[in-house]
Design a protein around this ligand. Structure first.
Ligand code: CUA
Length: 158
């Protein structure tokens, strides 16, 4: 079968574009830890303040050295407003909303999740660089959206 030169060039170019697209997905998934939301756990959005899963808001150290952060997003603040976690340890966030959809993005890290009323948002990450990080709400949630922020402090290992 004869394939003309220009046709062959286009075939190679199209295959290269597909390979690059799949490559970016592979790098994002395997090297950068990007994942689609996959934790389906529901909660009564009217009862988050009395739900035992969210009774102890804050940072909790687990027996294996990992850390769990439990928090609630609401108009227009995060509860707790400041989170302190150790560097280099696995940190699992468990978040929910008391009212509308909020965002939870830790600027300069790969932590970025939607916080949807009725659901528990859960994801894990590791913060390698000690320092202070800004947490912002990146889903428009009302008049005070632009003031909704928190602080993450990553502390160097003891
Ligand atoms: Cu909460 Cu925007």
């Amino acid at each position: 079968m004869k394939v003309h030169l220009y046709e062959r060039i286009w075939m190679i170019a199209a295959a290269a574009v597909i390979a690059i697209f799949l490559g970016t997905i592979a790098v994002g998934t395997l090297a950068q830890g990007s994942q689609p939301p996959s934790h389906v756990e529901t909660i009564d959005p009217k009862a988050v303040w009395t739900d035992p899963r969210f009774a102890n808001r804050g940072v909790e150290e687990l027996p294996d050295g990992a850390v769990r952060v439990t928090g609630i997003a609401m108009m227009f603040a995060f509860q707790p407003g400041e989170i302190r976690v150790p560097a280099g340890k696995k940190v699992t966030f468990r978040l929910t909303s008391a009212d509308v959809v909020h965002g939870f993005q830790i600027v300069g890290t790969n932590a970025n999740a939607m916080v949807v009323p009725g659901y528990v948002t859960q994801f894990s990450t590791v913060f390698d660089r000690p320092g202070e990080y800004l947490i912002v709400c990146n889903e428009y949630c009302g008049l005070g959206h632009h003031m909704m922020m928190g602080r993450l402090v990553v502390e160097a290992g003891q």
